[in-house]
Write a protein that binds this ligand. Structure first.
Ligand code: PHE
Length: 451
């Protein structure tokens, strides 16, 4: 079904719901606040928004166009391109899927933490604040509990993805997204009523360029790629399910807009609390899980706020994990050149991710003394080094493998004159601007290592 001509989504919105659901995840709610904190606020927000549109959106569109034109996921698609062009391109697809597997393995551990927080806050409705605090502290001391929660999360993801594109992904995410949107809006409203709001607005929207460092450019690039789910091949799979009549570039651009708005909205939700609690922004990946609960346990209504917050965080993590897992499964279905069933591919991929997730599950116990934390290190190495390289590799495969002539045929829709203008801008960006930004970011990052 997934490969059928004409696409696999049930409704016109199927693509949007799943692509937006997969983009808006822990990247927006957990990662964005601390990356922004680390890089000093306002100036980084500007850089982030700029990079999202001149680099993230064009790459996102490139992956969608590749998937839609070949109707294949990234590994078979890059293989096809390699055969056609006689250039070594298939490594780009394999590398992207490998990245997805590694990301899902620590993403699921964090999703497992969120499940624990939901349970503790829910129990907290009926108990004292001290007992919630005790309950929360149990988690970091038990690698076994973290791994068990990770497997619960993976099992939920596996069940949804096992049901298929329409009955699983589309149906589930369509019901989750509106709930997520409502919950987050309520929380933003409540957060903005905290007295720290003026400081937060100054921090987020008043750019102080002296706060940027040599690493800031690549941090912005990496985060944009991560939050838009670019460089993992996920969007190639989603593109392969698109309907013929849908215009991939327009759809891709819209996904980038929505995801960026959600990130900025989440800044308005998380930072007032962080500022109120400790007078500083979050600058460390673990802080969201420390500062926020501690503060919430002190304010009136905080337990309910916490419960709703962690439920929203979980819904976001779930949608994103479903998207990631679907793409891994779609690639596994054709592994080694033979076709296998969705169920078999799901179990293989799920088993592999579960085994890998053992390491990040032990980050706060066995690997406690790792410099800066295991999860933090995997995350920053993957997002700031490997992901930009993966995105560049995919872009190279798309441009060299398809060629601009065939890209134009797949990009330009004669009934939409604007698509011709879009195409000329897109070519300019992917040919020059995107590679230049990524390479400059990587070079500055290397220089930063020696200073
Ligand atoms: N974009 C997701 C987030 O921001 C992460 C993700 C990456 C999801 C790759 C799917 C594919 O959390």
């Amino acid at each position: 079904m997934g490969r059928s001509k004409g696409g696999a989504w049930r409704t016109r919105f199927g693509f949007y719901v799943v692509a937006i659901g997969s983009a808006c995840g822990l990247g927006n709610l957990w990662r964005f606040p601390y990356v922004l904190g680390e890089n000093g606020g306002g100036a980084f927000v500007l850089l982030y928004v700029l990079i999202a549109f001149i680099l993230g959106a064009p790459l996102l569109i490139g992956e969608l166009v590749l998937g839609k034109s070949l109707r294949e996921s990234v590994i078979p698609a890059t293989k096809t391109l390699e055969k056609k062009s006689q250039l070594p391109l298939r490594w780009a697809g394999r590398f992207a899927v490998l990245m997805s597997i590694v990301v899902l393995s620590y993403y699921s551990v964090i999703a497992g933490w969120v499940i624990h927080f939901i349970v503790q806050f829910a129990l907290g409705l009926f108990s004292t604040k001290e007992s919630i605090a005790d309950g929360l502290s149990v988690l970091m001391g038990s690698g076994g509990l973290q791994w068990a929660l990770t497997s619960v999360h993976l099992l939920i993801v596996l069940v949804v993805v096992g049901k298929g594109v329409q009955e699983g992904l589309e149906r589930w995410i369509s019901s989750i997204m509106p709930l997520f949107a409502i919950l987050v809006s309520v929380l933003v409203y409540r957060s903005l009523s905290l007295p720290s709001t003026p400081d937060v607005l100054r921090f987020l929207f008043y750019p102080d360029f002296s706060k940027l460092t040599l690493q800031s450019l690549i941090h912005a690039v990496g985060h944009v790629l991560f939050t838009l789910s670019v460089g993992f091949g996920t969007l190639v799979t989603f593109g392969s399910y698109m309907r013929d009549e849908d215009h991939a570039p327009t759809a891709g651009f819209r996904v980038a807009v929505v995801d960026t708005l959600v990130s900025l909205g989440v800044g308005l939700l998380v930072f007032p609390i962080a500022f109120q609690a400790s007078n500083t922004p979050l600058t460390d990946p673990g802080l969201l899980f420390e500062v926020l609960p501690k503060f919430l346990l002190e304010i009136p209504g905080g337990v309910i706020f916490g419960l709703v917050f962690f439920i929203s965080l979980y819904l976001a993590a779930l949608n994103a994990s479903i998207g990631l897992f679907e793409a891994i499964v779609a690639n596994f279905k054709s592994i080694g050149g033979r076709q296998q069933s969705r169920a078999a591919a799901s179990w293989q991929a799920g088993g592999l991710v579960l085994i890998l997730s053992l390491f990040p599950s032990l980050s706060s116990t066995v690997f406690r003394n790792w410099r800066g934390g295991l999860i933090e290190n995997i995350d920053s190495f993957l997002v700031n080094w490997l992901l930009p390289i993966s995105a560049l590799g995919l872009l190279y495969a798309i441009i060299k493998g398809m060629g601009f002539k065939s890209l134009e045929e797949n990009f330009v829709d004669r009934e939409r004159p604007v698509s011709e203008v879009m195409f000329s801008h897109w070519v300019l960006l992917v040919k020059w601007v995107v590679p230049a930004i990524i390479l400059t970011g990587l070079v500055l990052q290397v220089i930063g290592l020696f200073l």
